[in-house]
Design a protein around this ligand. Structure first.
Ligand code: HAM
Length: 415
């Protein structure tokens, strides 16, 4: 029996991959407008990096990581996200010494052992961006503007931006306590997961989808009513900057992120078009993470989008590439000529397809249609003798004689 791929690990086949390349190229182009440089980080890190940054009591660290002990007895993990690795590299290479502000983006596969379904996979891909060194809420708004700019460039009006503030180590403990006091008498209503994490992470109940958790948290105190003056000011200035840029958003005080490193601004780009996997991109501020990982006290903010989810939103668009020219050649001499012509045109930057099997003219033209080539050139023994051939414009449905000279054909392809 043939060996199949692993559940939740997908191949991205030609036909689909063009869409991915378009998404990646758009991200590079837009992010570079905002001063971001690419960083490439390894796929595997020491397990403790994720335990310490994402948090021991999170679903990701508790049950979703691909962790194992390697042949040298090291505990390693396939990265479940990019922020921790980028910050590890930022500290390790002292990037903060080069400039007080650093803007980095990354793209690549991430790994989480989740139950696969539409929009949720075990190997999935993120494109993310991280800024370090800026406290001012201007950067919160700029990062969000950049993310919305990216989606606008793709022609997507979905997803919508939701924002929240999760406070800071000064105000969050009191809010946590207030929420726990509120939930204590409703504990029985909570789902098993939220019951289990009531002590370690009670905020998760706020955005849990279970009916009992929704009922239990109805009327719960809002994090936004419990921010300290500094966090309150930061959040209101972030909103002012977004307003001044004309970036639409709504405030969702129940948004709680599944990673522990967030402080102050958090956000998600959500859509109703992907069933239960509603977050297409998400992120927030993490002012304590770099020092938590042993670096200096430098603030940070960033996001990551799920490329599979972005691709699903683009599903009705056709990104398949079409060759500039298809050469249909009949007979040994014509095939030899076509082979040489093809190489010369490709060297000049023209994409050319050909039939390799020496099939009938009809079958070669069928193949040209299948490729949806822009132009077709038909060459046989007569054409070689005359030095001219028929050159068809497949979009216009017209045809004309053309000299069988590389220069002439090149000029006709590039009007
Ligand atoms: P996250 O919310 O865990 O945040 O993931 C970000 C995005 O990755 C999600 O919104 C979703 O689109 C996609 N995603 C997550 N898990 C899966 C999955 N199993 N299958 C498909 N797509 C998935 C982070 O990872 C943070 N590092 C974001 C960040 C960057 N915060 C600050 N900087």
């Amino acid at each position: 029996m043939a060996i199949t791929g692993i559940k939740g690990f997908n191949d991205i086949l030609p036909g689909e991959v063009e869409k991915w390349q378009y998404i990646e190229a758009t991200a590079r182009r837009v992010f570079e407008l905002y001063g971001f440089s690419e960083i490439r980080i390894p796929i595997m890190e020491k397990t403790e990096l994720f335990a310490r940054s994402i948090g021991d009591a999170t679903d990701i660290v508790e049950k979703e990581m691909y962790s194992f002990v390697d042949k040298g007895d090291n505990r390693v993990t396939l990265r479940p996200e990019g922020t921790a690795s980028v910050m590890r590299a930022f500290i390790e290479h002292k990037l903060y010494a080069q400039d007080s502000v650093s803007k980095l983006y990354y793209m690549g596969p991430m790994f989480r052992y989740e139950r696969p379904q539409k929009g949720r996979y075990r190997q999935f891909h993120q494109i993310g961006a991280e800024v370090t060194g800026v406290v001012d809420p201007m950067i919160d708004a700029q990062v969000l503007n950049m993310l919305c700019h990216f989606f606008a460039e793709l022609g997507l009006t979905e997803p919508r931006l939701e924002i929240n503030s999760l406070g800071c180590p000064e105000c969050r403990p009191a809010y946590r306590q207030a929420l726990k006091d509120f939930l204590r008498s409703r504990l029985e209503l909570l789902c098993d997961d939220c019951k289990r994490r009531f002590e370690t992470n009670p905020l998760r109940a706020l955005d849990c989808k279970a009916a009992g958790c929704k009922e239990a948290t109805a009327g719960a105190p809002s994090v936004l009513d419990n921010l300290c003056a500094g966090c309150e000011d930061h959040f209101s200035k972030t909103k002012q900057y977004l307003d001044s840029a004309g970036t639409p958003y709504s405030v969702n005080s129940r948004m709680v992120r599944g990673l522990d490193y967030y402080t102050r601004t958090t956000f998600e780009l959500v859509t109703g078009l992907l069933g239960s996997q509603s977050a297409v991109a998400a992120g927030g501020r993490y002012d304590g993470l770099i020092s938590e990982l042993g670096g200096p006290a430098i603030p940070g903010i960033g996001f990551a989008m799920g490329v599979e989810r972005v691709a699903l939103l683009l599903s009705d668009k056709n990104f398949t590439r079409r060759p500039d020219l298809f050469i249909a050649a009949l007979g040994t001499e014509a095939r030899g000529f076509a082979f040489k012509l093809m190489g010369e045109l490709q060297a000049k930057g023209v994409s050319v397809e050909i039939d390799y099997d020496g099939k009938s003219l009809k079958s070669q033209l069928r193949r040209s249609d299948k490729f949806n080539s822009r132009f077709t050139l038909v060459i046989g023994e007569d054409e070689i003798a005359k030095g001219t051939a028929q050159f068809k414009d497949m979009d216009k449905g017209t045809q004309a004689d053309i000299r069988l000279e590389t220069q002439d054909i090149f000029a006709a392809l590039r009007p």
